[in-house]
Design a protein around this ligand. Structure first.
Ligand code: FES
Length: 123
């Protein structure tokens, strides 16, 4: 598992933590936010067009903290499972979920076969 941040850094409905991962050998953004008490994480890639969701870095939630919004064309996603709940992708697809684990006051990401850590420059 890879430590991302202290649990206290992820505030309910607040700013997300951005981090980088590798998908099929390509660098891709990812993020973690807190929703209904749970730390959840997704690839930072809209299901509509492959663009990052946040317009202001780290701002993923709508003003009420209820959905994750793509700032570019307004796709909306359920923070609980990443499913699309509105916008241009209207029910098609959703965000690629990542496995986020919290333990001992630390938020971790557990890589899976499709989403790997970025290779470290020092090998
Ligand atoms: S790029 Fe996300 S809604 Fe269009």
């Amino acid at each position: 598992m890879i430590a991302l941040c202290p649990s206290t850094q992820l505030v309910e409905g607040g700013s997300g933590l951005r981090f980088d991962v590798s998908v099929d050998g390509e660098a891709c953004g990812a993020f973690a936010v807190r929703y209904r008490g749970q730390a959840v994480g997704y690839l930072n890639r809209c299901a509509h067009v492959a663009m990052e969701l946040d317009w202001v870095a780290g701002q993923f939630f709508d003003s009420e903290g209820k959905t994750l919004l793509c700032a570019t064309h307004g796709a909306a996603y359920d923070p609980a499972d990443g499913g699309c709940v509105g916008g241009p992708c209207a029910g098609r697809g959703g965000l690629r979920r990542l496995e986020i684990v919290e333990s001992g006051g630390v938020v971790y990401w557990r890589p899976d076969p499709g989403v790997r850590p970025l290779p470290r420059p020092d090998g």
